[in-house]
Unconditional design. Structure first.
Length: 175
């Protein structure tokens, strides 16, 4: 749950606890918080990340509302938010820079046992999907009951798709 206490960002990154409430039906997964999110101790804190604007449009809240209110709105709509990775070594914020030998996956069997109403897992981008498929899914067994979806990344680094197209994809996944 920390970035480095030095003035320079550390290559070691440790993620956040999940945002979840009893009755959650959908789990949205990122890969690992970026440097701005780690500094702010908040999911999707980069001002150009489209996650909160998309969620605000879909769930009816202002994307610049206080973080606690945005998190509460996700919970009220049955959406849990977490990352695939608990920790990793990654200089900077790009998923491509994650040292694959260093990654530690979050404990999904325990999380999903705690939130048994979750039936759909939505991965925010290709990296989250691949990391989940490769490192978390095997622990759930071959007969897992979850619908796994790969959604377009809300990251500003994923500029190949308009925000309107991303909004449509996210709307369909969260319906």
């Amino acid at each position: 749950m920390k970035a480095s206490s030095n003035s320079e960002p550390s290559a070691y990154a440790e993620g956040f606890p999940p945002i979840a409430a009893p009755g959650a039906r959908i789990l949205v997964l990122g890969s690992m918080p970026g440097q701005q999110s780690l500094r702010a101790q908040a999911y999707y804190a980069h001002p150009r990340n489209a996650f909160w604007p998309i969620m605000g449009q879909l769930l009816g809240f202002a994307p610049d509302a206080p973080y606690a209110q945005r998190a509460a709105m996700l919970q009220q709509h049955g959406i849990a938010l977490w990352d695939v990775l608990q920790s990793c070594v990654r200089p900077g914020s790009l998923d491509a820079d994650i040292d694959r030998r260093s990654l530690v996956c979050n404990n999904f069997p325990a999380f999903l046992a705690t939130y048994p109403d979750i039936t759909r897992i939505c991965c925010n981008g290709a990296a989250a999907h691949e990391l989940f498929r490769r490192h978390a899914l095997p622990a759930l067994g071959p007969e897992h009951p979850y619908e796994l979806l790969r959604l377009p990344s809300t990251s500003p680094a994923h500029a190949g798709m308009t925000q309107a197209a991303k909004l449509d994809a996210w709307r369909a996944a969260l319906a």
